[in-house]
Design a protein around this ligand. Structure first.
Ligand code: PGA
Length: 268
């Protein structure tokens, strides 16, 4: 793996998906706590250079737009259909997301692959749909079962190649990757250990850099919480965090989103 370009500056990105939690009526309280909490640290140089996002369920996206417009927090969908319109009952398209002010579409989460049988071809189509509408595709990759890093690297590189195949450099540069080992996600799970995270992020970084995608950020997801966020963020190659259940508590999300790092070393 050869880094074909010099190190790009990648602004750390911290966000959350609520998955199928909270309600349109309870969402504004969450948005309020988080926007106030983040605004309170805006003069702190440690967090000034950071991006944040939230991916509520579709019915709460209008509330996100109403609450977050003009704030530094981006919002987006947890999924997107490959097509722009048509006979696809229950699905949501990229122009619908864009119309609600979304700037991100999460694609290929392990729960979507598991519950909805999403295939590589579908995931690749979703990435293209997001790009057509100016949405950042947040592409989730990660191995299903716990094992040695080498086995996981092979699987993850296969997922990247399948999802991103055929994209030109301009499109590739718009993507954000979330490395999320499925075994580290959800109730009862624990975050992957830092060595595993370092090995996988180095491999993903190498894969992207070899294709000139030096600006693409690679987030870690899987049982992130306020206690492990700083350690995970200081792993070389970790450009941000993608948080699930811990962030349902807005104060906990603020703690993660504004965490101060001992030494700002990541990103090179
Ligand atoms: P978790 O979910 O933080 O609840 O483990 C992470 C994810 O699925 O992105």
């Amino acid at each position: 793996m050869t880094a074909s370009a010099g190190p790009a500056r990648r602004i750390p990105m911290i966000g959350t998906s609520w998955k199928m939690n909270l309600l349109p009526s309870t969402a504004p309280a969450w948005f309020g706590t988080v926007t106030r909490g983040i605004a309170a640290t805006s003069s702190d140089p440690a967090t000034a250079d950071r991006e944040w996002f939230v991916l509520p369920p579709f019915p709460a996206l209008a509330a996100a737009q109403a609450s977050l417009e003009g704030s530094p927090i981006r919002w987006g969908g947890q999924d997107v259909h490959e097509d722009d319109a048509g006979a696809h009952t229950g699905d949501v398209s990229a122009p619908m997301l864009a119309d609600l002010g979304c700037t991100i579409a999460e694609i290929g989460h392990s729960e979507r692959r598991r519950d909805h049988g999403e295939t590589t071809a579908m995931i690749s189509g979703k990435v293209r749909a997001a790009l057509r509408w100016g949405l950042t595709p947040l592409l989730c990759v990660g191995e299903a079962t716990q094992g040695v890093p080498d086995a996981a690297i092979g699987l993850v590189e296969g997922e990247l190649a399948g999802a991103l195949r055929g994209l030109g450099p301009g499109d590739l540069a718009q993507v954000v990757v979330a490395y999320e080992p499925a075994w580290a996600i959800g109730e009862g799970a624990q975050a992957a250990d830092l060595k595993h995270v370092a090995a996988l992020h180095a491999a993903i970084r190498g894969w992207l850099d070899a294709r000139g995608a030096t600006a693409v950020r690679v987030l870690y997801g899987g049982s992130v919480n306020p206690r492990n966020a700083a350690d995970l963020l200081t792993v070389p190659g970790v450009d941000g965090l993608f948080v699930g259940r811990a962030a349902l508590d807005p104060e906990a999300f603020v703690a993660i989103a504004t965490v101060t790092l001992p030494q700002q070393e990541n990103g090179s």
